[in-house]
Design a protein around this ligand. Structure first.
Ligand SMILES: Nc1nc2c(ncn2[C@@H]2O[C@H](COP(=O)(O)OP(=O)(O)OP(=O)(O)O)[C@@H](O)[C@H]2O)c(=O)[nH]1
Ligand SMILES: [Mg+2]
Length: 409
C-alpha cells in the first residue's frame, strides 16, 4: 500500500484531484487544513488549503487514469467545459429573439395566464379553507399553520390532505401546539414521500441507453453534458452522445460543442434505423440520448419519441427532466402525459431558481417515481448532484422556519 497527498482550495477539489488520478481505487486516510502564504513573497496574506492523504495499491497492474499527461488533459478538458457553459450562459442572457417552441419555464408569461393562475390559487385556497372548517384540524392551531404553509408552497391538494391526515393521526390535540414536534413530524412525513434512486451508472452489465425527455427548455441538453462529463471524465466509461433534436435551431451544435471538448463521439439519429445502427456497433458503455423538448399537451410529439425508443436492442433508461420552478398543476400534467414514454426516474433542474418545492414533492408523491439527480445551476459539469430526500425536504423546512419566524415577528 502506498500513500499520496492531494491539495485543493476545498475538500471537494482535493478529492476530485485524487479521483482524477485513481478513479475510485483509493481510500481516504486523513485530511487536514493547511495554511499557505499567497502572492509574491506571501505579501497577500494567508490562505487555507485542504489536504487529503489517500492510500492506494501501487502493485495494481494499471492505474485507471493512465499517465500524468492524460490526467493533466482531463483537468484541462473539465476547465474548458466550464468555459463553454459560461459562454452559453452569456449567450442566453443576451438572446432576445423568441424561441420557436413553447415559452421556456423561466420566460415571462402573458398577464392573462397570471390572472388565471391567481384565480386557480384562490379557488384552491377557498376550497381548502372550507375543507379545514369541516375537519378537526380547525381546532388544532399548530396544524392550520402547516396547511397555510403547504398551500403557499404549491403543494398539491391531495398531498396536503394526506399530510394533514398524517399529522392528525400522529399527534394528539395537546401535541399539536408543540411547534418543534409538529415541525419534526412534518419533516419526517415529507421525507417519506420522496423516493430516490441511484442512477444506473457504474454497473458493468453491458451497454445501455440513457435517454432524457421532457418539456422545452428545462435543461435536458445541459444535464446530458453534465452526466457525460461525470461518466467519461470521472468514471472513465466509454460514452457517446446521441441526439434526436433536429427541431430547434442550434440544438445539435450545442451538444456537438460539449462532445468536441470532451472528445466524445456524437451521432445524429433522426430516424429509428440510424439509432439502431449506432447501438449495434456496441463500442460504448453508455449512449446518452438527447431528445427535442416536447409540449406535454401534444400527444403526437410525444408519440414520435415513443416510436423511436420502443423495442431498442439494448436497455433504455428513460429519465423525465422537469424544472423545479414548474407549478404543480403543470407538473402533474407533464408527469402524466410523458408517462407513455415509460420513464422510470425524474431529474429536477433549476433547483437554484426557486425556494418552493411543494410542486416537485407532490409530483413525486403522487407518481411514485424516483428522483435521481438535482441540478442547481447552468455550470457544466459541476452543478448536478445525486438527489437525497433529506436535502430536498431540508430546503422546504428552511422556508417553513423562515415563514414561521416572520409570522411571529
Ligand atoms: N438556473 C439553472 N439553469 C439551468 C439549469 N439547467 C439548465 N439551465 C439553463 O436552462 C437553459 C436551457 O437549457 P437546455 O439544456 O438548452 O434545455 P433543453 O431542455 O435542452 O431545451 P430544448 O432542447 O430547447 O428543449 C440554458 O440557459 C441552461 O443553461 C439549472 O439547473 N439551473
Ligand atoms: Mg436541448
Amino acid at each position: 500500500m502506498a500513500y499520496k497527498t492531494f491539495t485543493g482550495e476545498s475538500i471537494k477539489e482535493a478529492r476530485d484531484a485524487a479521483r482524477l488520478e485513481f478513479g475510485d481505487d483509493f481510500k481516504e486516510v486523513d485530511h487536514k487544513i493547511t495554511v499557505h502564504r499567497t502572492g509574491l513573497f506571501g505579501l497577500f496574506g494567508r490562505k487555507e488549503f485542504y489536504q487529503i492523504t489517500v492510500s492506494y495499491d501501487e502493485t495494481a497492474p494499471q492505474r485507471r487514469s493512465g499517465s500524468s499527461r492524460e490526467m493533466a488533459e482531463r483537468v484541462e478538458i473539465l476547465e474548458r467545459i466550464k468555459k463553454i457553459a459560461e459562454e452559453r450562459r452569456r449567450e442566453q442572457q443576451v438572446r432576445t429573439e423568441p424561441l420557436p417552441h413553447n415559452e421556456p419555464a423561466t420566460g415571462k408569461r402573458p398577464v392573462g395566464d397570471e390572472i388565471a393562475e391567481l384565480k386557480d390559487m384562490l379557488a384552491t385556497m377557498m376550497q381548502a379553507g372550507a375543507d379545514a372548517g369541516r375537519r378537526k384540524t380547525a381546532h388544532h392551531p399548530g396544524f392550520s399553520r402547516v396547511r397555510e404553509f403547504l398551500l403557499s408552497n404549491d403543494f398539491g391538494r391531495d398531498c396536503i390532505e394526506q399530510t394533514m391526515e398524517h399529522l392528525e393521526s400522529s399527534l394528539t390535540f395537546r401535541q399539536s401546539s408543540d411547534e418543534e414536534l409538529v415541525k419534526s413530524t412534518l419533516e419526517a412525513w415529507l421525507t417519506s414521500l420522496v423516493r430516490t434512486a441511484v442512477p444506473p451508472l457504474g454497473e458493468d452489465e453491458g451497454p445501455r441507453v440513457l435517454a432524457l425527455v421532457g418539456p422545452t427548455g428545462v435543461g435536458k441538453t445541459t444535464t446530458l453534458a453534465k452526466i457525460g462529463a461525470e461518466l467519461a471524465l470521472r468514471q472513465h466509461k466509454r460514452v457517446a452522445f446521441l441526439t434526436m433534436d433536429n427541431y430547434r435551431i442550434g440544438a445539435q451544435e450545442q451538444l456537438e460543442k460539449y462532445a468536441e471538448i470532451m472528445r466524445l463521439p456524437i451521432h445524429m439519429v433522426h430516424r429509428r434505423d440510424q439509432l439502431e445502427q449506432v447501438l449495434t456497433d456496441g463500442s460504448c458503455d453508455y449512449y446518452l440520448l438527447d431528445t427535442a423538448g416536447r409540449n406535454q399537451k401534444n400527444e403526437m410529439q410525444i408519440g414520435e419519441i415513443r416510436s423511436v425508443l420502443n423495442g431498442l436492442p439494448i436497455p433504455v433508461d428513460v429519465h423525465l427532466v422537469v424544472s423545479a420552478t414548474t407549478k404543480y398543476a403543470d407538473l402533474a400534467e407533464i408527469m402524466k402525459n410523458f408517462s407513455s414514454l415509460r420513464y422510470q426516474r425524474i431529474i429536477a433542474t433549476k433547483v437554484d431558481e426557486t425556494n418552493t418545492f411543494g410542486s416537485l414533492i407532490s409530483g413525486l408523491a403522487s407518481s411514485g417515481k424516483e428522483l435521481v439527480w438535482l441540478c442547481m445551476g447552468q455550470g457544466v459539469p459541476d452543478d448536478i448532484k445525486l438527489a437525497e430526500a433529506r436535502d430536498l425536504v431540508g430546503r422546504v423546512m428552511v422556508q417553513y422556519r423562515i415563514e414561521g419566524a416572520l409570522a411571529h415577528a
